[in-house]
Design a binder for this molecule. Sequence first.
Ligand code: NBG
Length: 824
Amino acid sequence: MPSKKSVAPKPALTAKQFKESVVKHLRSTLGTYEEKASNQAWGQAVAAAVNEFVYDGVSRTRKTHAGKNARAVHYLSLEFLMGRLMSNNLQNLGLYEVAEQALKDLNLEIADILEEEPDMALGNGGLGRLAACFIDSMATLNIPAVGYGIHYEHGLFRQEFHKGRQVERPDQWREFGSPWEICRPESQQIVKLYGYVETVYDQGKISKVWHPARTLRAIPWDIPIVGYGGQNVNVLRLWESRADKFFDWDVFNSGGYVDAYAESVQAETVSKVLYPNDETEAGKELRLIQQYFFSAASIADVMRRYKAAHGDDLGNFAKLNAMQLNDTHPAIAIPELMRVLVDEEDFAWNDAWAMTRETFSYTNHTLLPEALEKWPLKLIEKVLPRHMEIILEINSRFLTQEVEPKWPGNDDIKRKLSIVEEGEAQMIRMGHLSAVGSHTVNGVAQIHSELVKKDLFPELDALWPEKFVNVTNGITPRRWMKACNPRLSTLIEKHVDTDWPRYLEKLEGLKQFADDTDFQKEYMAVKRANKEDFVKVIKELTDVDVSADAIFDVQIKRLHEYKRQHLNLLHIMALYRRILIDPSYDMHPRVFIFGAKAAPGYKLAKDIIFAINKVAEKINSDTRINDKIKVVFLPNYRVSLAEKLIPASDVSEQISLAGKEASGTGNMKLALNGAITIGTMDGANIEIAEEAGKDNVVIFGMEVDDVVALQNKGYNPAEYYRNNEELKAVLDWLEGDFFTPGEPGLLASVKHNLVESDPFMVLPDYEAYSEAHKKIDALYRNPKAWARAAIINTASLAKFNSDRSIQDYADYIWHIDGVPAAKK
Ligand code: NBG
């Protein structure tokens, strides 16, 4: 339980001292001066001033952990969607107000300075943002932890709309360097690729020697991660790839300047770009190399640190090191650790395997079959010949020693459980490899973890019932409330104490005010002020005028059919149609706000964006509807935009087909900031409804069992199309030129998909969704009831603190304790 002593960070210096430090850095670190400095230079100077504390924290934390021989966790993730770091670091160090005042004294607005920082978008969506929240929580809980990932030169693409269509532009997050990262050339690693494996017989002993055909250098960049209160500062270590020898001098000297350079260019492509896929498979050789590159460099780094502290005896390796696989992307780390132990450290297979299994655990983030990674055996064999041998050995021992005794002679089960999928081309199932090579597998919300057992790995669950557990996702309340919603934070601080950003259960203290008229007014005034701020953002980004009187109805997430942005679209069109038919149609004005990027190769997702933009254009300029509806699609949705929008949201759209959204985390951020969820019984929505109470969320639609029943019965979308007059009318609209004057059929793909196949059952949920929206409308028109529901949401979300998620991982999976760094 919460300690009595306040954990709220206290500033280590005054505004005056901070100001002096900023000016000093402006002159001596940036080489400029007050009259000349741009906001960007000021931002760098502030970062340098903050870094004095951050770097000190990094060294204190390292020293403590090394000295205490602490068990550490290594969080392996191909994605870390960090966003901006300045405001979070200031908040966690307790320096925000100090910095605000210091900048005021320099005639600067902190908001303008914060805006200068580019988002660090080294991730696609939920999975990457979860990793970012988790490393914040690990630092806050004083857990010795390193996040490992790739130092992409270009993060997720910048999205523009050209005539309503998504256009992708390269992201340049470190065009001018990033003040937050420290290069650590002394810890670089060599990563091997391609080549062949030699079998060596020596005095009756067989060993394998991998002769790689290429090597890469992995250069680590450390991003300090400041825990709340600033006591522990962990690092996120991101690997950049470089050619092993910058130039091949021999080639260079013999006149091959371009050839010599070509190799380094090729090597650098490994950390050049983030794959912009999300829930879809990217079957590319470069992606496999990325996965191996960062896994191998990270394992080598962990080994190096272990040996520096404990010498060459690896006996305690698994006791001191946990490794968490964030989805299957780093699964190749399993055979890599085996390779290191068996080939390089001379371990017997069984001992190495026991250590490997004791080290790894794996988080599954999706059940969508197209997102479950598989690699062609031939490809792995080419790029990582020794690993392919090891995977086959793991598989054969697994099938003969574990599967066979449980199901003797059952080849069907063996075929299902084999890491190798047979077929025209043999494929390696990375999910199977991860589950077999880990001691624990977790899903990310209760329902999802149940489905992992029931639908994805039922036999593995029967084989190892203890292996499968749930850890419901969470979000850091520091970023997603304290930093992004200062008005609400101040109000909360007035009524409960200041420790809520660490102990979110303290917000329960707000429940007693849920019916208090004065508190309701204050709470809704905060929402109102946030909305007024956001009205300006909408105007700036889309040139659409909206009113803060309207309901702000928000759907922000990657664009994917299963998330059903098109269900939202159909309902918007239906509302529009109702008003056209009956201009007095009774509804409170609504602004529908979308933010979503589509994977560049995902055609239908891009068509849905285009359709929403076209419908928006028409509705927003139609004076007949009296501004009852506005639709805005915000371009380039990202962490920093979410931070502005979430505090201004009234309604949270969480409308995935039941069983498809593993958890969702935007649902948690929105509910914490007082938006009312309209959602299906899917992912963490179910747990949000449990915590906030069913009366304070609006649940609609089919549940998982209904979906299965409909599928079994034989789902025919055309029936729903024919039998619902409104649905039919709006779908037909998409076919003509109503929204694309003079160019009929531009939006037809969306209709055809829905009427002909509708893989995510949009049509059967339409009516229930439309009714649910009526409930939202009625609730909003009862301001006291609305305020009450919103307050109860804010007050009830403690479970979704990522500190709780991390404590669960620490207690049930990693078996690790926090080790607070020594104070100065
Ligand atoms: C996503 C799920 C979300 C979940 C996040 C974080 C992938 C593969 N999965 O529902 O779709 O919230 O992971 O767990 O990105």
